[in-house]
Design a protein around this ligand. Sequence first.
Ligand code: GLC
Length: 645
Amino acid sequence: MVENGPLFESLLQGPLRMLESLEQEIFGSRLELTLADVERPLRKLYGDRGDYKTWRNHLIRIVARRYASRSHDLRRLDLQRLEEVDWFQQSHMVGYVCYADRFAGTLGGVGEKIDYLKELGVTYLHLMPLLKPRPGANDGGYAVMDYRQVMESLGTMDDLAQLATKLRDQGISLCIDLVCNHTAKEHEWAQKAVRGDLDYQNYYLMFPDRELPDQYEQTVREIFPEFKSGSFTYYPEIERWVWTTFNEFQWDLNYANPAVFAEMLDVMLYLANQGIEILRLDAVAFMWKRLGTDCENQPEAHYILQALRALSRIAAPGLLLKAEAIVPPPQLVPYLGRGEATNKECEVAYHNVLMVMLWSSLAERKVALMTHALQQMPPIPSRSSWLTYVRCHDDIGWAVTEEDAAAVGLNGFLHRFFLSDFYSGRFPGTFARGATFQFNPKNNDRRISGSCASLAGLEAADDAEEVNRAIGRILLLHSMILAFGGIPLIYMGDEIGLLNDHSYEDNRDLARDNRWMHRPFMDWEKVADRHDWTSVNGRIFQGMRRLIQVRKKTTALHAEAAAYAVWTHNEHVFGLLRESPRGRVLVLGNFSEWGQAVSRGRLKELGFDGPLVELIIDQNLDAWSDIYLEPYQAMWLTEDERDAD
Ligand code: GLC
């Protein structure tokens, strides 16, 4: 029994000594229940070391210290979360993502915009990187210098904690980024390494010559080929090649060193104790390197996450971990836990494939590829959930596999080429106005930047009909992420149709990175028009708000409900069947600018043979007519219960 073991005894004398006995007991029982989940991955990572036990006990001591300093309010929240384990899967959950400065100036400013967020229906707010970054170019804050300080221009750590409380009081959970794969080269650890401290040199991956870097580079991919070539940077002052997967100023951490793991665990729990409810773990796929592989999605990257989760559950079981792994489905799904780690890794992860397929279908006006690709997705554990999104702060990479393309009669390479042409505005007749991001001449890969509205045709629209179509596309895509299952994330400005913003071109630190074109400043004047149904922004806002309200009350859209992509027998109309004991919803989406029909015969085959209600516009449909969809119309159909008796 751990509770009576010498470790627990020493914790009772040490970090836990000031707690009341009930709180000590809670810690003891959580430790006991979780220890196997801690040990399993930890042994795989560090079990071969002679000092394994010392490290394990050190980690548990960190957890005990952070548990002891967790506030009463947050302990209460932990208990609520343990009671209501599906809190983040329920259909009332709706997320919003923004840069604090671009949205409201400062953290205090964000606090003043809570009414706006509530009006939209938001229950989850992701504030983009806000921990102290390096000065100058910092990859949008993804080059952190100090994990325990907030970016000065936004406020202080106390302001962040206060904002978290204020949001929570209004039913909104705060999410921030924890950039755990790398630090800025200006971080204290990196600076110590530069000064020759060997302990800290071992925090990073450093090589005296090109021998190993050359070998690694044969198999790793280049992430930002336009910014720099290769994955290593030479620093003459230390005569070392340092592993830099992303930009030169972002140094990859060495998780083979347990000291790095311990530091990150402590940072994680420190942030949880500020009231952060969800941590977005950045670039997790890259956290472990292995010669001869692409150094992504290695089993050890999963063990790190599993161990972090198990340890954090002891001190802060309310905390959710979100994996940012933009990798193909077979590699992505395991971040939500599988095998022994089912429900024991990250709780949420981005559904990159859905996002890519939505844009692909819109360009092609056909849904076969999306239907097929989604049908191929492996299932996810019951206590996990997708984050669904239309746009985010990053570029769109065309994650279309050769197999999926071939299965529907397309050539993968040509289709990806087409999508890049289409969305960069090169393809004849395209409605999209985006730009190419990171052209890689070695494999012809071209990703895309651009705001939702610009990619959906609003920027190019020059008559009322084209504006209508663009609005139709924006709402169609959002109706899909709101009904798919998981937490839908609305990216700031998309709710009022903000276009590409080219002001970044005049900022020396940003100009090279055109992802800033879709990271605009909030336009509060446009927001002020949001109740005006005749304005473009008002139509988008009200349309989205309606979708959100309907989603919230449709409990059958709970994340746990199965989501099957179904063939509607109309190649322009996507079908998604949501099925659960709470009810069934058939989601239809017309991805073309022409009216379309889905036959009643097909609906009957899918099990819908009575009268129906379309939930978005609240319309009753008889039991026999075909279903007619306007251009870009979405429908959420459910059985008309009034007829059930
Ligand atoms: C993630 C972020 C991206 C950043 C990269 C490096 O992919 O979303 O914006 O450039 O990590 O931190």
